[in-house]
Design a protein around this ligand. Structure first.
Ligand SMILES: C[S@@+](CC[C@H](N)C(=O)[O-])C[C@H]1O[C@@H](n2cnc3c(N)ncnc32)[C@H](O)[C@@H]1O
Length: 222
């Protein structure tokens, strides 16, 4: 696929603007049935709280329920999303929380400003060749020791594969390949979780918990 960065971002924002209400109804209460996912979020919150009281960004926050969950875990959480309609819904549902329109590949944040970042199924629509700079940007926004949690559709032994997500084309990734991209940008893995699909889900889910360390370096030979 030969899509320019701006065209895929515009297409993703338009697709989520159009589907925002349907998506919000579907996703709002999803965490209640996902104990393993909640455990990863709780581990993330613990790790952030032990070293910082700084802000935590949920990047690609959609309708904001996960940002609210992070706030419930005691974090100073706010949300950023590409889709203005999603941000409108998030503000309406959680008027006490902060939500901003923006793209996670160009954050309007100072270097090291965040204590933690959660990307919960929000890089799934990014074309694979566009994804490495996202991790560089995540790393820039975190200080050394800052914590990153991301959730995605997993692809076993790979390769990375496009699929027909209900909103717009998405990609599933082999967990080792995604962990490698994060490592290249200066993250060190703390742990990972793979969850088998529940009834009604198509793919295995991957979660990676990482800590910011050095700044971006080339991938070391394996
Ligand atoms: C599958 S939804 C996930 C929403 C929410 N995190 C959740 O788990 O329900 C993907 C979200 O990521 C947002 N998104 C995709 N690319 C983005 C980007 N580059 N910057 C910010 N948000 C983005 C979309 O607008 C959409 O709201």
């Amino acid at each position: 696929m030969n899509e320019s960065p701006s065209s895929y971002l515009r297409a993703t924002a338009d697709a989520y603007d159009a589907m925002a209400v349907v998506y919000a109804d579907f996703a709002r209460d999803s965490l209640g049935a996902l104990p393993l996912d909640r455990a990863m979020l709780a581990a993330f919150a613990d790790l952030v709280r032990t070293r910082s009281t700084g802000p935590v960004a949920e990047l690609g926050c959609g309708p904001g329920y996960l940002t609210a969950h992070l706030r419930g875990l005691g974090l100073d959480a706010f949300g950023i999303d590409l889709s203005p309609v999603m941000i409108g819904l998030a503000r309406e549902a959680y008027p006490d929380l902060r939500f901003e329109v923006g793209s996670m590949d160009a954050l309007d944040l100072a270097d090291g400003e965040l204590a933690g970042i959660v990307s919960w199924y929000s890089v799934i629509h990014t074309p694979p060749k566009e994804l490495p700079p996202y991790f560089t940007e995540f790393r820039r926004a975190l200080p050394p020791g800052g914590v990153l949690l991301f959730a995605f559709f997993e692809a076993g032994d790979g390769p990375v594969e496009a699929f027909d997500h209900k909103v717009t084309t998405a990609y599933r990734w082999p967990i080792d390949e995604l962990a490698g991209l994060a490592r290249d940008a200066g993250f060190v893995e703390i742990g990972r979780m793979l969850r088998e699909p529940l009834e009604g889900e198509r793919f295995r889910r991957g979660h990676l918990l990482m800590r910011a360390e050095h700044h971006a370096i080339g991938r070391s030979p394996s």
